[in-house]
Every structure is written in structure tokens, then in C-alpha cells.
Design a protein around this ligand. Structure first.
Ligand SMILES: Cc1cc2nc3c(=O)[nH]c(=O)nc-3n(C[C@H](O)[C@H](O)[C@H](O)COP(=O)(O)OP(=O)(O)OC[C@H]3O[C@@H](n4cnc5c(N)ncnc54)[C@H](O)[C@@H]3O)c2cc1C
Length: 438
């Protein structure tokens, strides 16, 4: 196999990729799945091109700490080019993928067309507003690091506005925070906000009456953390109650006008801050036949992660739907699924290039966990369920271990230690792209 220094320059391919007779794997989306696959295919017989709309990988489980001023965005994001340094068959392009031409094996992107031999779709998922336009317009989603930063900005701006009103009802309206969705994201956010109310905000805004501030968590089903054991779910509810979070179960948000949250039981909650953590929908790409999609919106894949009837096209992570005996409704849309699928596909692509047999994907559930606040977390690990300080410590260790980059690990560790001992995150900056006059 020869690799020349000449670069490709033709109308149906992108510039500056080394000319080679290696088969090309194009990966769309550098999340947990895409990045793991790309790195696992370094030093192989493939030329690998990763395309992402951002030039960095994002660690989604810690978005809520950016939103609540506990971490800087840079601590949970990592540039792809830094990861790919010295991996000569891995290439990155900053681009948005638009459409696939299955027949021609070409992907259309914002920087032009890209030819592929194998295409891997790992575009993840986006916020699902279930068709509620007002909520999409006014609520705050948290599916990217910039959206997490937007939450931090808006919440802090609303506190500044609360300071400039003489009316307690208006002030509490600015201060109240409603979180929709009682999964791990909603629970972790509500807990972190309640801790800010307890330890941080009264010191920053001594003129405000924090008895007026409500933190409300709304969940449509009958329990929080529905994917976890009843015991962990009940424990999480108790921890939130201890932090004075109002938890409303079997309740849905029906509407939001930017000032009041309307619930299905006719309750109206005055709040300017509605954070939407109530659902996701898989991202889509044009050109994939409708028949390939499961009714959940995920792409149906076989046991080798090949998209239904599409030879040479794979889907991984939040986008992929594989029905198995243990998981008839598909695997959980979590980081472990994405990472394990990427490892399986990397293994199979290597075997395939040597003409060897492939192995089917088999998900290993490593357990789940959620933290509710200082010394408070719940962990379900294969039959063992525990909470409190030990669970909180395990949660921190696992997340610290999972984040990419030594510098990021150290930054996060220092931040956490600082927050733990001082009860103060001190990252409460309102960052604006331009001067705002009101
Ligand atoms: C707030 C939050 C907290 C979470 N907490 C946990 C947790 O604690 N534990 C856990 O296991 N899971 C957690 N998850 C779920 C977990 O993050 C996802 O399951 C996982 O990220 C899925 O990986 P993925 O590779 O499929 O997609 P992602 O990691 O979402 O990556 C998708 C990538 O595709 C890129 N992309 C999308 N569209 C395009 C396009 N058209 N062109 C180019 N690039 C594109 C995106 O920029 C992104 O980099 C959380 C999710 C969120 C949102």
C-alpha cells in the first residue's frame, strides 16, 4: 500500500487528503461513538476521515456543571486535531454533513462532496420538543456545550434582573427555575441548582430573598431516573427533597411563554427559566431511505451495525436501533452503548480487511449512576445498589476517568476540590457575544 504526499483535488472529493489506495472510512460525528471508532482505526489498513460540525469532542455527562457554573466549557471539550496528532491515517474536517448518495458512495457536506468506501453515521441526537413550538422557542435545551453556556448566561442574567425590580413577585419569577425531565440530566441539574441556591446565590445576591426561589423538577412518569432501580429512584427523590426541590411526578409541561410554565393539570408556575431535559430525537441525514428508520427515529442496524439493506453504511450510538432478546426496544442511548458499538465495529472492520469472520455486537451493561449533589449520588452496578458518599465518590471517579485529556482531568479535579472545600464555584460570568443594551 502506498501513501503519496500528493493531495486529492477533484470535484467529487475534498482537498488535501493524501492519495492512497487504502479503503476510506468516513465517520460523521465525533461524539462518544465516532471518536472511539476513529482512534481505534488508527494504525490500520484504512484511511479514516472524521467529519464533525464542531472542531471538538464534547463530554455530555458534565454539561450540567457548565450550566450551573461549576466548570468552564473548555474543561469538557477536546479538539479533534489534538487527538489526531501523530495518527497519520486519521484526518479531520470541520463540516456539516448534509446528504448521502448511496449509489455513488458520496457524502455531501458544507465543504463539498466526500467519497467513501465505508460510511459510519454517528450523529447522535438532538432535543425533542414533541412539536411544542413555544417550548422550542423559549425553553433552554442542553444538547451542546454552547447550550449549557447559554443556560448559565440566561439564569445569571435573570438574577441580575431580579435585583433591579422592587416587586417580590417579579423577582421570584426571575429567580424560579423549572427543569422538565426527571432522567439523570434533569435530576443532576435540579440538584446542582438547589445547591447553588443553598450555598452560592445568597452570597452573590444578598439583597434577594431566597425563600422566594423555587426549584421545580417535572417528570411525566411515576418515578425519577426511570432506567434505574426503584431503590435508587426513591433515594434520588429523597435527596432532592432534602435540598427543597419540588418534584412533580406524572406531570407534563404543556406550554411556556417565557414567563409562565403551563402544566397538564392546569397548574401555572411563574418562572422565566425553563430548562428542557425531557427528551431526545435521533439526528437524521438526507439520502437514507425511509425504510431504514425504525419508528423511534433511529436507524435500524443488524448485529454487525450495518444499516438495514445498506451495504457499507453503519450507524452507531444514539442513532442506531438494534433489537435483541435482552433489548427488544433497542439499547439504552448512553455513552457506554456508543463506545462499545464503536469498539465492535472497529474490530469487525479490521477483521473484514483480513478476510476474517465478524463478531456480533453484544452490549455489556456496566450499570448506571446519577449525582444529586455534594456527597449524594445513586449507583446501580449489576445487582449492587448504593447511595450517599460512596456512590458520589464512585460517580466522580468514573467521570474523571472517562474525560479525555490529562489537562481536562486535572482542571476538573481542581475545580471539584475547590468547590468542595469552599462551597463556591466562582465561574459565574455572563459571557455575551456582543454588547447588549436593554
Ligand atoms: C446533558 C446530557 C447528559 C448525559 N449524561 C450521560 C451520562 O451521565 N451517562 C451516559 O452514559 N450518557 C449520558 N448522556 C447520553 C450520552 O451523552 C449519549 O448517549 C452519547 O453522547 C451518544 O454518543 P453518540 O456518539 O451517538 O453521539 P454524540 O456524542 O451526541 O455525538 C454526535 C456528534 O455528531 C456531530 N454532528 C451531529 N450532526 C452533525 C452533522 N450534520 N454534521 C456533522 N457533525 C454532526 C455532533 O457535533 C457530535 O459531535 C447524556 C446526554 C446529555 C445530552
Amino acid at each position: 500500500m502506498s501513501v503519496s504526499n500528493k493531495t486529492r483535488k477533484s470535484s467529487n472529493d475534498i482537498y488535501r487528503l493524501p492519495l492512497t489506495n487504502k479503503k476510506r472510512v468516513v465517520i460523521v460525528g465525533g461524539g462518544f461513538a465516532g471518536l472511539k471508532l476513529a482512534v481505534s482505526l488508527s494504525k490500520t489498513e484504512y484511511q479514516v476521515l472524521l467529519i464533525d460540525q464542531n472542531n471538538f469532542h464534547q463530554f455530555q455527562p458534565l454539561y450540567y456543571q457548565v450550566a450551573t457554573a461549576g466548570l468552564e466549557p473548555s474543561a469538557i471539550a477536546f479538539p479533534f486535531r489534538k487527538v489526531f496528532q501523530e495518527m497519520e491515517n486519521l484526518h479531520f474536517r470541520l463540516a456539516v454533513a448534509y446528504e448521502v448518495d448511496i449509489g455513488k458512495k458520496v457524502l455531501n457536506t458544507s465543504i463539498g462532496d466526500v467519497r467513501y468506501d465505508y460510511l459510519v453515521l454517528s450523529l447522535g441526537a438532538d432535543t425533542n420538543y414533541y412539536g411544542m413550538q413555544n417550548i422550542e422557542r423559549y425553553a433552554l435545551p442542553m444538547k451542546s456545550v454552547s447550550e449549557a453556556l447559554a443556560i448559565r448566561n440566561l439564569v445569571l442574567e435573570n438574577y441580575e434582573k431580579a435585583m433591579s425590580t422592587n416587586n417580590d413577585i417579579d423577582a421570584s419569577n426571575y429567580m424560579n427555575i423549572v427543569v422538565a425531565g426527571g432522567g439523570p440530566t434533569g435530576v443532576e441539574l435540579a440538584g446542582a441548582i438547589a445547591e447553588m441556591r443553598k450555598f452560592v446565590l445568597p452570597k452573590d445576591y444578598p439583597e434577594l430573598n431566597f425563600d422566594l426561589m423555587r426549584v421545580v423538577l417535572i417528570e411525566g412518569s411515576g418515578k425519577l431516573l426511570s432506567a434505574m432501580s426503584p431503590r435508587s429512584s426513591a433515594k434520588a427523590a429523597r435527596y432532592l427533597k432534602d435540598l427543597d426541590v419540588i418534584v412533580l411526578l406524572n406531570t407534563f409541561v404543556k406550554d411556556f411563554d417565557g414567563q409562565q410554565v403551563y402544566l397538564n393539570d392546569q397548574t401555572v408556575l411563574p418562572a422565566r427559566n425553563l430548562i428542557w431535559a425531557a427528551g431526545i430525537k435521533p439526528n437524521r441525514i438526507k439520502g437514507i431511505p425511509e425504510i431504514c428508520y425504525h419508528r423511534s427515529g433511529r436507524l435500524e442496524v443488524n448485529e454487525y451495525l450495518v444499516v438495514k439493506d445498506l451495504h457499507g453504511v453503519f450507524a452507531l450510538g444514539d442513532m442506531a436501533y438494534m433489537s435483541t432478546e435482552d433489548y427488544p426496544d433497542g439499547h439504552p442511548q448512553v455513552a457506554q452503548t456508543a463506545i462499545q458499538q464503536a469498539k465492535c465495529l472497529a474490530y469487525n472492520l479490521k477483521r473484514h480487511s483480513r478476510g476474517k469472520s465478524l463478531k456480533s455486537f453484544n452490549y455489556r451493561n456496566k450499570g448506571s449512576m446519577a449525582t444529586i449533589g455534594r456527597n449524594k449520588a445513586v449507583v446501580d452496578l449489576r445487582g449492587i445498589k448504593f447511595g450517599g458518599f460512596v456512590a458520589w465518590f464512585v460517580w466522580m471517579f468514573v467521570h474523571l476517568f472517562s474525560i479525555i485529556g490529562v489537562k481536562n482531568k486535572m482542571l476538573i479535579f481542581i475545580n471539584w476540590a475547590w468547590n468542595y472545600f469552599t462551597y463556591d464555584q466562582s465561574l459565574r460570568l455572563i459571557l455575551r457575544s456582543k454588547k447588549v443594551e436593554e
